[in-house]
Design a protein around this ligand. Sequence first.
Ligand code: TA6
Length: 296
Amino acid sequence: ELCKGINGLEKVVLREVRGFSAEVYLYGGHVTSWKNEHGEELLFVSSKANFKPPKPIRGGIPICFSQFSNLGSLEQHGFARNRLWSVDTDPPPFPTTSSNKAFIDLILKPTEEDMKIWPHSYEFRLRVTLGPGGDLMLTSRVRNTNTDGKPFSFTFAYHTYFSVSDISEVRVEGLETLDYLDNLQNRERFTEQGDAITFESEVDKIYLSTPTKIAILDHEKKRTFVIRKDGLPDAVVWNPWDKKAKAMADFGDDEYKYMLCVEAAAIEKPITLKPGEEWKGRQELSAVPSSYCSGQ
Ligand code: TA6
């Protein structure tokens, strides 16, 4: 249901029959909570997050559109996460629990102001769905509605912050041996080594042409997050570690220990749409018990 969240910002709460829940703020179209049937929060939101426009919310699933990072002339990660979205009245305006799926449709279109910084007409529809087993699905549809015949290009990421019990006990599987651009080394291209990724220091890598399925194993919780994605060939892995954590005002000094960003993205090859064309990018998150023991 639609209700008031932090600082009076409107949010939609989705509930699933077995007790899973999710929350998405109209500000930023920003998912800030995904809880399992035990009420355990699966996403990370910083205790120092700003829920105050125009600052983006630190955590959850920021929508990076129409520009990832500083790959262009717009503000960092583009404007979508700093805009007020609306409930999309075209499809059913409120969560419809057909076959115990709860979902909400949000929409973002440019204002006159927006057109000054990114001179394109578009319709960005975001559907957030809580599936029968508690899976969280985000589907983005971007349509070029330019009437001047102009195509446009954009880069995109679901900047997902997963909650982990201890970053030094986390492994990521599915990105082995892939090429990546290392943001800590002038985005130069390297090739990942052959086994699962583990974390002992700051990581900021854009993996290219990644598989549709990526797993994040949390040893202590004996839990694996699985990301399944479509239309999003790349994947960013980011942990700020201690120095960068201290440098972020909206992030606790030791919070890097309890989060990991793995971001389904389209970065290396920007998406280009002609007027009338639509792009779809989808990620489906699930949290499953895993018997992973560290060092396996
Ligand atoms: O996705 C990784 C990254 O691009 C990092 O370089 C870091 O800047 C992070 O995003 C957070 O960006 P933000 O603008 O949300 O502080």
